[in-house]
Ligand binder design. Structure first.
Ligand SMILES: Nc1ncnc2c1ncn2[C@@H]1O[C@H](COP(=O)(O)OP(=O)(O)OP(=O)(O)O)[C@@H](O)[C@H]1O
Ligand SMILES: [Mg+2]
Length: 244
């Protein structure tokens, strides 16, 4: 049974750094199975928003629920468990350790999962095949193209099948062709049921996503899922029941 509560629920969320309001009084609900683009100028609060959704940053005010869990009420240990089980991260700069073959980079994502080394490597190999890198298992980062590195990072992020995948400018360091491959992969994961939130500067990419949230000066300036189109949007994008 698919849970019915939202994957992300932000209520009155603000984040200030000194006198800078990186995020101001934000309301945002993301339902299971959505694919959402976050857009806006540099400094508008996109990464801040993503880091709060990813529980990497705590808000200064407001409430955050991720996959139904009230983040403020969780201990550090519970928060780490939530992050490990429910959230996958992808960043512009890949975050792959130099000198480590792709298979190990991905398998290390399961280091604290209690699985044996053999199991971890078998799952990593499956994830790398899923992103089309079955022929690159033993390549180190310097032996991979930018697009391939990002696909390794995505394989690592989705290894434990997290319900929520957060991507901060995943195509920002890539040429348009590799960027398109990475975006197609995110669309595929979305079709397979993962909720995907992707920050992008690219207007074409943003326009290709079913929902767009636009930030300006730390505020949601526009949300294509809100306003007069909300009901039609909700009907068109209602999460599908598994097995129906
Ligand atoms: N750790 C921090 N300390 C102080 N100020 C910060 C910190 N992180 C972000 N800010 C400020 O908060 C605001 C929002 O930053 P954020 O990184 O969320 O923007 P962004 O939309 O992701 O921009 P970009 O497109 O350049 O990545 C900016 O004014 C930034 O300078
Ligand atoms: Mg940013």
């Amino acid at each position: 049974m698919t849970p019915s509560w939202p994957v992300v629920e932000l209520t009155g969320v603000s984040k200030t750094y000194g006198t800078v309001a990186a995020l101001a009084d934000t309301e945002l609900t993301i339902e299971r199975g959505e694919l959402v683009g976050i857009v806006g100028p540099s400094g508008s609060g996109k990464s801040t928003l993503l880091n709060i959704m990813g529980t990497l940053a705590r808000p200064t005010a407001g409430a955050v629920r991720i996959d139904g869990h009230p983040v403020a009420e969780l201990s550090d240990r519970e928060l780490s468990a939530l992050r490990a089980q429910s959230i996958g991260f992808v960043f512009q700069s890949f975050h792959l350790a130099p000198g480590v073959p792709a298979l190990d980079s991905v398998a290390d994502g399961l280091l604290y999962s209690g699985r044996s080394r053999g199991e971890r490597r078998a799952l990593a190999e499956r994830a790398l095949r899923r992103v089309g890198l079955g022929q690159r298992l033993y390549n180190e980062p310097h032996q991979l193209s930018g697009g391939e590195k990002q696909r390794v990072a995505i394989a690592r992020a989705v290894l434990g099948d997290p319900p929520l995948l957060l991507a901060d400018e995943p195509t920002g360091a890539l040429d348009s062709k590799s960027g398109a491959v990475v975006m197609e992969l995110l669309h595929e994961l979305h079709r397979a049921g993962t909720t995907v939130v992707v920050i992008t500067h690219d207007r074409d990419i943003a326009a290709s996503l079913p929902r767009e949230v636009r930030l300006k000066d730390g505020r949601v300036e526009h949300d294509s899922a809100a306003g007069p189109h909300r009901d039609a949007y909700a009907a068109a994008h209602a999460p599908r029941e598994v097995g129906v």
